[in-house]
Write a protein that binds this ligand. Sequence first.
Ligand SMILES: Nc1nc2c(ncn2[C@@H]2O[C@H](COP(=O)(O)OP(=O)(O)OP(=O)(O)O)[C@@H](O)[C@H]2O)c(=O)[nH]1
Ligand SMILES: [Mg+2]
Length: 351
Amino acid sequence: MFNWFKKKKTEKEIEIEEAGEIDDSQFEEEAVEEVEEIIEGTQTEKKTNFFEKLKGGLTKTRKDMSNKIENILSSHKKVDDELFEDLEEVLVTADVGAATTMELIDRLKAKVKSEKINDPMEVKELLKDEIKSLMKESVDDNVLSIEPTPAVILVVGVNGVGKTTTIGKLSYSFKKDGKKVLIAAGDTFRAAAIEQLEEWSKRSKVEFVAHNEGADPAAVIYDGIQAAKARKTDVLICDTAGRLHNKSNLMNELNKIFRVVDREFGNATKEILLVLDATTGQNAINQAKVFKEVANITGVVLTKLDGTAKGGVIIALQAELRLPVKLVGIGEGIEDLQPFIIDDFVEAIFG
Ligand SMILES: Nc1nc2c(ncn2[C@@H]2O[C@H](COP(=O)(O)OP(=O)(O)OP(=O)(O)O)[C@@H](O)[C@H]2O)c(=O)[nH]1
Ligand SMILES: [Mg+2]
């Protein structure tokens, strides 16, 4: 960057010298503009890649939901009750959920009436708009916040949903942003769980705190907090065990952790992320209901969207349970985690 700057200046200087006057400010403005154009260019490119990747991850949902909707719209000659019934069926089978589907269909009917829409093909854009606005109205914000730092992120969810993998991906992404990250192995249920998390910490080159198998999870988190304070860590991410066979056990275990965090790290920005597996569809909704009762969930990570046609579940999570989806998992790789952006998601599932 520096060399490029120097070279440009020399050319410009020669030009100005030949003209008999030196005006540095004019040059500097142009150079800054050019640098800004280059940065903007790479940002647009980055955004496009991001979107293409999301679209790739949502292929199954798009094929199922969007193709069926296209077929319905093209096979109907007018916008009537029959068309709405067919749409309803597609939304319900895509795991959008009965209540959210009804809400969407009602809004769609009202729009069709007020805008006097007769052409079925126009319904697609209306449906997209209604999904976007319903999701936006349901929650305040979809952004995972670690500002002001230090921040602590508690990751909760039942077995196998992708908690540990998500922590690995997330720490990699914070690290790439120049943040100092520490992971605490609060899932002490199995030795393998601790090892798996340690492996991810090595992969994303972040620090790691653990106790032995069977240790008290709250004690691990306590140590993680002390280490985070001593090392001036920006983000402390804590894994937890999510055995759901007994709700009061789960509640006790989580509450103990929350108390430690409040007492020892009260000034930290706090997120409690619930990880849900998209392939489980309506089951994910049921898990969300249980966790909402036992914890003040601040956001959802929906994983394995790449392996399912049930991506519609995201709409119900936000619209029905009013849980902001903050991140989506679209693969097993370290870079396969993205912030959730409503407009991009809706555009990606409708192709
Ligand atoms: N395709 C795909 N697989 C994923 C994604 N996220 C996680 N997985 C896979 O899901 C499996 C379980 O992930 P873990 O991270 O071990 O899940 P966990 O919630 O920590 O599970 P326990 O520690 O057993 O409770 C692993 O094989 C992951 O590679 C995703 O976004 N897409
Ligand atoms: Mg795990």
